[in-house]
Design a binder for this molecule. Structure first.
Ligand code: PBG
Ligand code: ZN
Length: 337
């Protein structure tokens, strides 16, 4: 059997870190171990803390201010973050050159976080859309017959695996491909293995990732909205539970260490099916930007109580079968759990 068909037999990448070992025990109720905090890191070369209009209370941070922001959170028990790069100064190109350059804010901040917080589990969102000139998650090719351009799956995963390797070499514990190309999980695994990182970097796959209105505030935050068209040919149609289950299976077969469903609350049926179909896998759910914004707007209008509503949403994720929850509410939750 070739190495590529054997990748789901490799286990060490899923438990080399204490927090990953927690993720491998069934986490059935809200806890510090189950939370990941998403952070936006900018390429500003002067210290910058920037409010994100679309995500009330969330901010973009430059590389040099992130440690100060995180220290009190780590002291309160923050176990894991997921990093998103946002660029203004660096250039966006058709092939996402800035995604893995030495000037990339994620590439720059990982070693600093590793040094400052030795126990923090560092995940990196892995995609091209924040770095491509067109804002799509992959690389385009032109069809020689029709002259139409299309997302080139092979070119996209070739580029995404290069970026994965760079984040891994910079010290990321977990890479999380969110592009939704076919075959990228296996290709990333293979790239990590041949570069000696196969058992020291986990792959958390955005597997059942639906084309969703609920990402709206994020695209504003990450400056990653597509300049034309939409993502409906690579993100899943919200009508299809079947494709979601096949996407989850595809990623498990290719060796994903963690599978993810996204968005969260509108897709709890998929979370439950994933838990039932893959009882041996850690299952993550992303309470996305639109879910956060919706709750915050309602709380700010006095519609309901923040703590009660957020706890209820967390309980729902775990009840549906998730072990891990990615949420913008993490700083608030550190005081409550
Ligand atoms: C990048 C990516 C997106 C999100 C996570 N990674 C946006 C998208 O796919 O359009 C959404 C996160 C959120 O809405 O909070 N591909
Ligand atoms: Zn993307």
């Amino acid at each position: 059997m070739s190495a590529s068909t054997n990748q789901n037999l490799r286990l060490h990448s899923g438990f080399f870190h204490p927090t990953l070992r927690k993720w491998q025990s069934r986490l059935t109720s809200p806890s510090l171990d189950s939370l990941i905090y998403p952070l936006f890191v900018t390429d500003s070369d002067t210290p910058l803390v920037e409010q994100i209009e679309s995500l009330p209370g969330q901010k973009r941070y430059s590389v040099d201010v992130l440690v100060d922001l995180l220290r009190p959170l780590v002291e309160k028990g923050l176990k894991s973050v997921i990093l998103f790069g946002v660029i203004n100064r660096l250039t966006k190109t058709a092939d996402a050159l800035s995604a893995d350059s030495d000037e990339n804010p994620v590439v720059k901040v990982i070693p600093i976080l590793r040094k400052s917080f030795p126990d923090l589990l560092i995940c990196c969102d892995l995609c091209l859309c924040a770095y491509t000139s067109h804002g799509h998650c992959g690389i385009f090719s032109e069809d020689p017959n029709s002259n139409e351009s299309y997302i080139d799956n092979q070119k996209s995963i070739d580029r995404i695996t290069e970026v994965a390797l760079k984040y891994a070499q910079s010290g990321a514990h977990v890479v999380a491909p969110s592009d939704m190309m076919d075959g990228r999980v296996g290709a990333i695994k293979q790239k990590l293995i041949v570069n000696g990182l196969g058992s020291r970097v986990a792959v958390m796959a955005y597997s059942a990732k639906f084309a969703s209105s609920f990402y709206g505030p994020f695209r504003d935050a990450a400056k990653s909205a597509p300049s034309f068209g939409d993502r409906s040919t690579y993100q899943l149609p919200c009508t299809s539970a079947g494709l979601a289950m096949r996407a989850l299976k595809r990623d498990v077969d290719e060796g994903a260490d963690v599978i993810m469903i996204k968005p969260g609350m509108p897709y709890l049926d998929i979370v439950r099916s994933a838990r039932d179909r893959f009882p041996d896998m850690p299952v993550a759910v992303y309470q996305v930007s639109g879910e956060y914004a919706m709750l915050m707007h309602a709380v700010n209008k006095g519609t309901f109580d923040l703590e009660k509503a957020v706890m209820e949403s967390l309980i729902a994720f775990h009840r549906a079968g998730a072990d891990i929850v990615i949420s913008y509410f993490v700083p608030f939750l550190l005081d409550k759990l």
